[in-house]
Design a protein around this ligand. Sequence first.
Ligand code: NAD
Length: 366
Amino acid sequence: MTFNIVCMSGDGIGPEIIAEAKRVLNKVAEKYGHSITYKNILIGGASIDVYGEPLTDEAIEIAKTSDAVLLGSIGGNAAISPWYRIAPELRPEAGLLKLRKSLNLFANLRSAYLYEELQEACPLRENVISDGFDMVIVRELTGGLYFGERSTKEMNGMITATDTLSYNEKEIRRIAVKGFETAMKRKKKVTSVDKVNVLDSSRLWRKVVEEVAMDYPEVTLEHMIVDNCAMQLIKNPKQFDVILTENMFGDILSDEASMITGSIGMLPSASLNDTKFGVYEPSGGSAPDIAGKGIANPIATILSAAMMLRYSFGLEKESKAVEAAVKQILKEGYRTVDIMPQDKSRCRFLKQVGTEDMGRSITEYI
Ligand code: NAD
């Protein structure tokens, strides 16, 4: 099969980690008889430097004609970067929001999986994680508080800022369907997270999720209030299979979940619409503190490429081959610096490698 991938490397460590994901995809194509073409497009600060805006309309049109987008990361250090001394709608992050909105990417899937080999990097106690955990957070991505009307005005002599959290039935139904469909491919459990005791939008959320659940009798549905979910992720993460939630709750909970896997450099994500198209990217940002040093962990981006093979191209065997190669190199002791244990006595049997060597080692196992 032939696939057209748009690569948006972006800023900071973006180009370094995308190069390794491409290396892996090229090996998959060679081994399994596929053909991949790439088109490079600027996003974030890299696009601001050239076009004065973080994502051009032309870039979006090119992305729309592709089969999938492989995205690195955008942004810089806000304290020193000139990208943050311009209007907010022209800053790097605005490019990401424009991409999500223009391509109608309403569903974000982010997995949090604890590799047996990385248990020592998890900050939770051994008795909590001895059986590991494996969950996917299905987050609504184009509605809610981040896209509602907002204003800052003076009212009665007081500056007042307002953000609006609004969801309609259609927006909730389509993300709920993604949540249940994801659960059907896994352990068939959905935990829907809301704040039903306070918010009207959560009451509608719960009603619609229950309606959608009727179409998936094999899936167990439970509801959880967001503050309790934040605690349960620390107390007993293995209870979760699919966490289904709205935009802001998902933003916060998915970062919490990423921390308990040990490093944000391990976590892939997919942003999907209601076609096979998707944008695949690591969960972390552009990591300006380590950009250019050749030490960034490319695994999240490589696993994002594996998600692309599965969700956009329907290549389950190839996707599993990439995931198996990652597991194998971890087993063999290869580690980037972010996943090296703090306890130096445990490092003796491990091999610390940089971004490129990690990418090459994974590629060799495919
Ligand atoms: P970050 O995720 O870039 O970095 C947080 C910490 O994690 C840093 O110590 C960094 O070195 C480390 N880290 C991240 N990815 C890593 C990897 N692959 N390997 C090893 N270590 C890794 O978050 P931040 O520092 O808060 O943000 C930096 C910039 O990234 C900001 O401009 C922010 O807006 C942007 N950002 C972009 C995205 C995105 O592109 N989707 C997401 C989050 C943040």
